[in-house]
Design a binder for this molecule. Structure first.
Ligand SMILES: *Cc1c(COP(=O)(O)O)cnc(C)c1O
Length: 383
C-alpha cells in the first residue's frame, strides 16, 4: 500500500532524535532555537517562532493581532478546518469568500464583497502550494485597514513576485504536520517582521510567562518567572526540532523531485478525461504540496469516491483537499451556511482527489500510481 503523504525521514533525523533523547534535554531547548534560526534564515523573515502546530500558529497570530469577539475574519471555504477553527477560538466569526475555480485559491473579488465594518483580518490559504494573489490581497488590506495572516501550511517553499512566502505579510503560519513538505511529527512556525508580535507570540505559547521564563531552558541557573497572561501550551520541543533541522536543508532538493513527479503526472494524465492542476501563475514559485485532479462523473463515468475506492483497492492511497468547509455540520449550524453559498468551492469539493506526491516516491511508485489511475478512469477511444 502506498500511504498518502508518507514523509521522507533520513538517518540524520533518527540519529538526532536519539542524541536528543540521550542529552537529557527533550523539552524546548537549544534545538528549537537552532531550528527557528534556520527557518528564519530560509524565509528571510525577521522572526521565526516555533510552536507545536500550524493551528497554534494561527490561533496566536489572530490573538496578538487583537482579533476577538465581535470581529469577522475572511477566509476560504477550500481549506482544512483548522483555519476556521483558529478564528472561532478567538471568539471572532469566520466569513468565507469563494475561491477561483481554476486556482482553487480565495478570489480577491469575493473577499472585497465580504468586507463589512466588523472585518478585521484576511486569512488567505495558499492551497496545494500555489501562492494566492498577494498583490490584490495586500491592496484590499491597505484600502480597508485589514491585517493579513497567511495560512502557509502548504506553501513553505513558495514565492510571490520574487518575495518569499513568510516575508510578505505581518504574520505567516506554517505547518510541519506528518503530510506536509517539512515534517516534525507535529509542529508549526510563525514568521513576522514585527518585534512586538514576536515577543507576544512567544509569551502566549508558553503559558503567558514573562519573557525571561524561556531562560528556564538554559543552564544559567534557576530563574523566577512571572505570569503576565493566561497563555497556552503551544511550545515546540527539541525532539520535534531534531527532525526539522535535518528536513529543512532538503527542502529545495525535495521540491525539485516533486516538480519532476508533477510533470510526469501532467504528461501521463493529459489524455484522460480528468482535470489536472492549472499551471502556476507567472513569477511565482508553487510549493507543489498537493497534485489534485478533478473527477467529473459525466466525463469519467465514475464518481470521485468510486475512483478513490478503486485506487485504494489497487494499493494507492489518496486524499481529499477539501470538502468545502462551510458544508461541514458545525459551520452550517453555527454560521448558517448552506449548499449553494460558494459554488466554486462546492464543485471542487465534490470532485477533487489528491494523488501521492511525496519526494520519497520512487519512479516505479509514480508509474504504479499512473497505471492504477489509467486502469480505473476510462481512457477515451482512440487515445
Ligand atoms: C495542515 C493544515 C493546517 C493545520 O496544521 P497543523 O500543523 O496540523 O495544526 C492548517 N491549514 C491548512 C491549510 C493545513 O493544510
Amino acid at each position: 500500500m502506498l500511504i498518502f503523504g508518507s514523509p521522507y525521514i533520513g538517518e540524520e533525523e533518527v540519529a538526532e532524535v536519539v542524541a536528543t533523547l540521550r542529552s537529557g534535554w527533550i523539552g524546548t531547548g537549544p534545538k528549537v532555537k537552532k531550528f527557528e534560526e534556520m527557518f528564519r534564515e530560509y524565509v528571510g523573515a525577521k522572526h521565526a517562532i516555533a510552536v507545536n502546530s500550524c493551528t497554534a500558529a494561527l490561533h496566536l497570530s489572530l490573538l496578538v493581532s487583537g482579533v476577538g469577539p465581535g470581529d469577522e475574519v475572511i477566509t476560504t471555504p477550500m481549506t482544512f478546518c483548522a483555519t476556521a477553527n483558529a478564528i472561532l477560538h478567538t471568539g471572532a466569526r469566520p466569513v468565507f469568500a469563494d475561491v477561483d475555480e481554476a486556482t482553487m485559491n480565495i478570489d480577491p473579488g469575493q473577499i472585497q464583497a465580504a468586507i463589512t465594518p466588523r472585518t478585521r483580518a484576511i486569512v488567505p490559504v495558499h492551497l496545494a502550494g500555489r501562492p494566492c494573489d498577494m498583490e490584490r490581497i495586500e491592496r484590499l488590506a491597505r484600502t480597508f485597514g485589514l491585517l493579513v495572516i497567511e495560512d502557509a501550511a502548504h506553501c513553505i517553499e513558495g514565492r510571490f513576485h520574487g518575495r518569499k512566502i513568510g516575508a510578505l505579510s505581518p504574520l505567516t503560519c506554517f505547518s510541519f504536520y506528518v503530510t506536509k513538505n517539512l515534517v516534525t511529527g507535529e509542529g508549526g512556525m510563525v514568521t513576522t517582521e514585527d518585534d512586538e508580535f514576536a515577543a507576544r507570540i512567544k509569551m502566549y505559547a508558553l503559558h503567558g510567562l514573562s519573557a525571561d521564563a524561556w531562560q528556564r531552558f538554559s543552564d544559567k541557573g534557576y530563574k523566577h518567572y512571572q505570569v503576565v497572561f493566561p497563555g497556552f501550551k503551544y511550545n515546540m520541543t527539541d525532539l520535534q526540532a531534531s527532525l526539522g533541522i535535518h528536513q529543512l536543508p532538503r527542502l529545495e532538493r525535495f521540491l525539485a523531485r516533486r516538480n519532476d513527479i508533477w510533470r510526469r503526472y501532467d504528461e501521463a494524465c493529459c489524455d484522460l478525461p480528468i482535470r489536472t492542476p492549472a499551471p502556476p501563475e507567472p513569477d511565482t514559485v508553487h510549493a507543489r504540496h498537493l497534485y489534485t485532479i478533478r473527477i467529473d462523473p459525466e466525463e469519467c463515468g465514475k464518481t470521485r469516491d468510486q475512483v478513490m475506492g478503486e485506487l485504494h483497492e489497487r494499493g494507492i492511497g489518496t486524499g481529499v483537499h477539501y470538502t468545502a468547509l462551510h458544508l461541514q455540520p458545525y459551520y452550517r449550524e453555527r454560521l448558517g451556511y448552506r449548499e449553494g453559498d460558494f459554488p466554486n468551492a462546492e464543485r471542487i469539493g465534490c470532485s477533487t482527489l489528491s494523488l501521492p506526491l511525496s519526494a520519497k516516491l520512487t519512479d516505479q511508485e509514480v508509474e504504479a500510481v499512473i497505471a492504477a489511475l489509467r486502469s480505473c478512469v476510462r481512457v477515451p477511444v482512440g487515445a
